[in-house]
Ligand binder design. Structure first.
Ligand code: ME8
Length: 511
């Protein structure tokens, strides 16, 4: 079994500023990357920007800038968004980089050599907003007589010479691939959609454009640029050094997980593995396609003016509460609604009350009653053993949930333990034992400190900043913060720093 884990986000279009949807995907991938690192994996986490195509070319023209200058700017903004969100990516790829362009040309050459490409003419519908081709049967006419794609994007008629990929020849092979890899695409609803689409018959895919210039030239046919989706998908291998299979990064391929939004599932779970299989390259292991956020019940859009800037949220609420909210509020895979009220309510009840107070109550007692030193492990009562057993079972449970990208279930398991620890402290009442049975008081506080250590350790991927502080306060050395290190008990007598609050309650207006 290889110990590598390669995870990616989509590379984002640089036609506009990053928003909460982009932050969501990046945070989700980041939590998994951090968890795998804590679990001893050799992790590679990639993100970046998708900079070619008509949509970006148009946005640059509207901004009155040369496309390269425009993409430099917006790409830097996406990088900055990642930094604000605490994203721990190992690289950030831009499709305008030389390494990407040459890798793409190499992929094209392999596809051509394998006989999967031919030149022809494309006539059909194209939506610049989606950078996607649509069949006549997929379109609807709106009230103004405008033809629209299922996504709502307006389409235009395109008639131009084009290179094609023989997707039709891949149909049986793809169906066999899905059958052999039942976990390749999740959640199940997306898998079923994809199977239906694939079984209904696959048309060859136009993979070059000849009517604009902002793209990677087709090798040997410089009047054409590569279709932006072929260019974009290739980022996942060009960042790993493709076509140089002796590159140190190539050991990470095939990717373990592509995290994407539901609207681009077909590109990742059908076109991408089809290109790779045709080129003789191993396909990725899994694609998880998550749902979409609306805002206070409405679709997020520039024209409605309700686009949420993740950086403004972080400035107001702090980074960890925002990360927590994004992954706790909505089952991963479902659509969800963003509302300030629910963010504030989760911050105050789950982070400040449930977890923050538990930690504060325990550490304040240790500071006051135990001279700030970690107490000895005492003889365990039934209640002690039950709580410690629940804590001991947490890591495998969370691992299993995160291996299925079920973030909300992982957090639910963690909070089950937080609630059990709160019930335990209420019942054991160490503040009362301080007057009646100091030995038992020490034992109770030690149980709590050990449980808090488990909680803070598994929560690091979700709440990296606050859990680092919590582990400092629990006296856990930096090198003892991995999942494996939970097996090493902390020495009694460890001097703990004075406790400080982790999650201030939010007291401002909700609306
Ligand atoms: O599609 N809710 O880029 P993109 C949740 N360049 N997630 C959202 C969202 C929302 N309202 N809005 C965006 C592209 N996202 C291509 C990808 S990959 C080879 C090329 C997230 O800038 C979600 O992950 O349109 C979605 O798939 C992605 O941003 C789309 O970003």
């Amino acid at each position: 079994m290889s110990n590598t884990f390669y995870i990616t986000t989509p590379i984002y279009y640089v036609n506009g500023a990053p928003h909460i949807g982009h932050a969501y995907t990046s945070v989700a991938a980041d939590v998994l990357a951090r968890f795998k690192r804590l679990d001893g994996f050799d992790v590679f986490f990639l993100t970046g920007t998708d900079e070619h195509g008509q949509k970006v070319e148009k946005a640059a023209a509207e901004a009155g800038l040369d496309p390269q200058e425009f993409t430099d700017r917006v790409s830097a903004d996406f990088r900055a968004m990642g930094a604000t969100m605490g994203i721990s990516n190992d690289d950030f790829i831009r499709t305008t980089e030389e390494r990407h362009k040459s890798g793409c040309a190499a992929l094209w050459a392999r596809l051509e050599a394998s006989g999967y490409l031919y030149r022809g003419e494309y006539e059909g519908w194209y939506a610049v907003r989606d950078e996607a081709f649509y069949g006549e049967d997929e379109l609807t006419l709106d009230a103004h007589g405008i033809r629209r794609a299922p996504s709502g994007a307006p389409v235009e008629l395109v008639r131009e010479p084009s290179w094609f990929f023989r997707l039709s020849a891949m149909q049986e092979r793809m169906l066999a691939f899905y059958a052999e890899n039942p976990d390749f695409i999740a959640p199940a609803a997306r898998r079923n959609e994809l199977l239906r689409f694939c079984r209904s018959g696959l048309a060859d895919l136009s993979i070059s454009r000849a009517s604009f210039r902002w793209g990677i030239p087709v090798p040997g046919d410089p009047d054409h640029v590569m279709y932006v989706w072929l260019d974009a998908l290739a980022n996942y291998i060009t960042a790993m050094g493709f076509p140089d299979e002796t590159h140190p990064r190539w050991r990470f391929w095939p990717a373990d997980l592509h995290i994407v939004g539901k609207e681009i599932a077909r590109f990742h779970a059908l076109y991408w593995p089809a290109f790779l299989l045709a080129a003789g390259i191993a396909p990725p292991r899994r694609v998880f396609s998550h749902g979409w956020w609306t805002v206070e019940g409405e679709k997020m859009s520039k024209s409605v003016g309700n686009v949420i800037d993740p950086r403004a949220l972080v400035a107001e609420f702090g980074l960890d509460p925002v990360r927590y909210f994004l992954l706790r509020e909505v089952p991963f895979g479902n659509d969800g609604d963003f509302s300030r009220r629910s963010l504030i309510s989760r911050l105050n009840s789950e982070l400040a009350n449930d977890l923050g107070n538990l930690c504060q109550r325990t550490l304040t007692q240790i500071a006051r009653q135990c001279d700030g030193r970690l107490p000895h492990v005492g003889p365990a009562t039934e209640a002690d053993s039950a709580l410690l057993a629940a804590a001991g079972a947490l890591v495998p449970l969370v691992r299993e949930k995160l291996d299925r990208q079920a973030f909300h279930e992982a957090l639910e398991e963690i909070w089950r333990l937080v609630r059990a620890a709160n019930a335990y402290i209420d019942h054991a009442a160490p503040w009362a034992l301080a007057r009646t049975d100091r030995t038992r008081m020490g034992a109770v506080l030690r149980v709590l400190a050990d449980v808090l250590r488990v909680l803070a350790t598994v929560l690091q991927p979700f709440l990296p900043g606050t859990m680092a502080l919590m582990l400092d306060q629990l006296g856990v050395p930096a090198e003892e913060r991995t999942l494996a290190a939970l097996a090493n008990p902390l020495p009694a007598g460890t001097v703990l720093p004075s406790p400080a609050g982790l999650f201030p309650r939010f007291v401002g207006a909700a609306g």
